[in-house]
Write a protein that binds this ligand. Structure first.
Ligand code: MN
Ligand code: FE
Length: 349
């Protein structure tokens, strides 16, 4: 972990000396250029092109529907509250992990440029759930304490963050040991692959199913923007993990690969337990079996990207989710507004 200081030197940064982590004195972590990791810079540009703010989305129809006594069944209200309760703190947990644990260890400037952008997006996501909770007059105490009070949510957060405190306590030299680096990589998997790549999707698919029925359109529009941001976060995270492994191949032992596989498989089980608590009897178009199949399908995709063997062989029961993730310049499927929110300079038409 390079200190932010710099000293007098006549040596300039040589691009070939740059590394993702453990940069030595020949590399200055304050110099973005020359860029070595173009993929990291491109993720930063993609993130900036997707800028949005929660308060630009109207919550009027959601408020009317939520107030209507016949608008939702008890089970529908239960699952919506569970999804909001999970996200209300999950986005903050991700932001804190990123800024306090990950940023210290990744001392490459291109990657840090993206991490700073991602950190701001996490703040926007925290804002989005605060805005939804406030608009719908949900019980704030109930929503923001759910990760402490609902066992299935507590278990998910504990699982994903099982290595975070060790990374927070690390000394710079620990990343140079195999065990230290493995702990750090496991924390990256917990954040990018498990939290953002698996745990978020039970909530995404549930809320977007309501959106497909024109229910909770404002909430779902925000969830669509969040899903788009999160898929970039996860893709960056997997590139980051693979790049660290490529530069430090000694960490990627058979034993460690098996630990990562078990870590992800346990996450799939915990997501299944959470979904079961959220949707004990199923609602229109959704039930525990279908969502479990979807989560297993996603886990296989994540294994594939991490160059690990696939395990489940499940098919995707919600092909419309892929359409949303891939949705670019089309008007969105709720027909409220153009989904690809881009700041003026990035628009192509
Ligand atoms: Mn987020
Ligand atoms: Fe994220």
């Amino acid at each position: 972990m390079t200190e932010p200081c710099f000293g007098m030197s006549k040596h300039r940064v040589t691009v070939d000396n740059k590394r993702i982590i453990n940069n030595d004195r020949t590399v200055d972590c304050n110099q973005l250029v020359p860029i070595k990791y173009k993929w990291a810079w491109n993720f930063y540009l993609d993130g900036c092109a997707n800028h949005w703010m929660p308060t630009e989305v109207s919550m009027q129809r959601d408020i009317e529907q939520w107030r209507d006594r016949n608008g939702f069944t008890d089970e529908e209200r239960h699952v919506i509250k569970r999804v909001m309760g999970f996200f209300a703190t999950a986005e903050t947990l991700v932001g804190n992990n990123l800024v306090l644990a990950v940023y210290r260890c990744v001392d490459n400037p291109e990657c840090r440029q993206y991490l700073l952008r991602q950190a701001f997006e996490e703040a926007i996501h925290v804002h989005a759930f605060q805005y939804i909770v406030q608009s719908l007059s949900l019980d704030e105490g109930e929503m923001f304490n759910m990760y402490r009070e609902v066992e299935q949510i507590y278990n998910k957060d504990q699982h994903a963050m099982s290595c975070t405190s060790s990374v927070l306590e690390m000394n710079p030299s620990d990343l140079k040991t195999r065990e230290g680096l493995q702990t750090f990589i496991k924390n990256l998997v917990g954040l990018y692959v498990i939290t953002e790549g698996i745990f978020f999707y039970g909530g995404f698919v549930t809320m977007l199913s309501f959106g497909r029925q024109n229910r909770m359109p404002g909430t779902c529009e925000q969830i669509q923007y969040i899903l788009r941001d999160e898929s970039i976060h996860m893709n960056f995270g997997i590139e980051l993990i693979n790049a660290i492994v490529d530069e430090n191949p000694q960490v990627w032992t058979e034993d460690f690969k098996n630990k990562i596989i078990e870590f992800i498989k346990s996450a799939v089980k915990l997501e299944g337990a959470y979904i079961k608590e959220c949707l004990p009897n199923g609602i229109l178009g959704l039930n525990v079996e279908l969502i479990t199949e979807y989560i297993q399908y996603l886990a296989d995709r994540r294994f594939e990207r991490l160059r690990l063997p696939q395990f489940y062989g499940s098919s995707n029961p919600f092909p419309w989710m892929s359409e949303i993730i891939d949705l670019k310049k089309e008007k969105n499927f709720f027909e409220t507004r153009v989904t690809e929110y881009q700041t003026g300079g990035a628009l192509e038409w």
